[in-house]
Design a protein around this ligand. Sequence first.
Ligand code: KG4
Length: 346
Amino acid sequence: MVPFSIDPDKIILGIESSCDDTSAAVLRGQTLMSNVIASQKVHEQYGGVVPELASRAHLQNVVPVISEAIRQAGITREDIDVIAYTRGPGLLGSLLVGGTFAKGMSQALGIPMVDVNHLQGHVMAHFVQQPGEERPVPHFPFLCLLVSGGNSQIILVHSPLDMEIIGKTIDDAAGEAFDKCAKVMGLGYPGGPVVDRLAKEGDPRTFHFAKPRIEGYDYSFSGLKTSFLYTLRDNLEKDPLFIEKNKEDLCASLQETVIELLMEKLERAAEDLHIDQVGVAGGVSANSRLRQAFVDYGERSGKAVFIPPFSYTTDNAAMIAMAGACLYAAGRRSEMTDAPYSRITI
Ligand code: KG4
């Protein structure tokens, strides 16, 4: 349950366009009626998201994706009560497409809109329910490890409207570490899912990479990335086929190190702050080993752990609609003049 009441009959259309996924979702109360995501394949050949291409693809996708979300929900446009859209952080051009569409639709239908912080959306994914489902949800306050391509943060969630970042990466994000290490191994983009797949066939104890010593609950992944690069460079001098022969063990060792770093700080924060509810969110929470690490942690510590369904791990509009429902219930409304923001914290 969320701390203030969400009208179970309110229909919210969520729109997400912060990076390279165009998504629209319809939520009735907390229940998901549709969640449509169009991923952009165009970036694969460049090894990373190209902002200009992302905004163009959003322009092409936004109308069909929203129409499909409304169709799959079995409603008409006139049934929508509120529009929630991602205002930031993200790529400005991408955010402009979803935000401008939300504003136009809100004007045309004469309904209110609320702007959502993308990072808060990831955290609120824990509260989305499928029809007929009563998935356990975290109680407040809880800790949420938010790990994606752009963020690695430990968030103390006091309420849907009050979130405090108590630890964050001082350089690269965990997803970025996966993506960059995968790129130098020639595994394509995004590398995280490929590392996850290959790691299943490898031995995580084969290679040892540098682990940083950072104060408090902050993270650092750039040293690990450099250590990984040096391991490749030194071994490739001796054997040009080193990567090909060892890619499973390299992936397993890299993945294990990232997850050890993530869990170590999170567990320490939970102990220090006496928090017994711990969740994970963001694209990297799709990682099978990280999900298992959460299950193991719950069993070991007796804490309640919350792992979102796969469909809410990467960018999606269901989480934006969910956060929007809470904001709307709390009285938040946004204006036509609200501009997107590329960088903002929680
Ligand atoms: O939250 P997200 O969809 O969006 C951005 O941050 O933009 O996260 C994407 C990140 C990428 O770095 C991707 O490699 C990583 O999530 N990722 C994974 C897995 N699936 C996605 N990392 C590790 N294992 C996975 N299975």
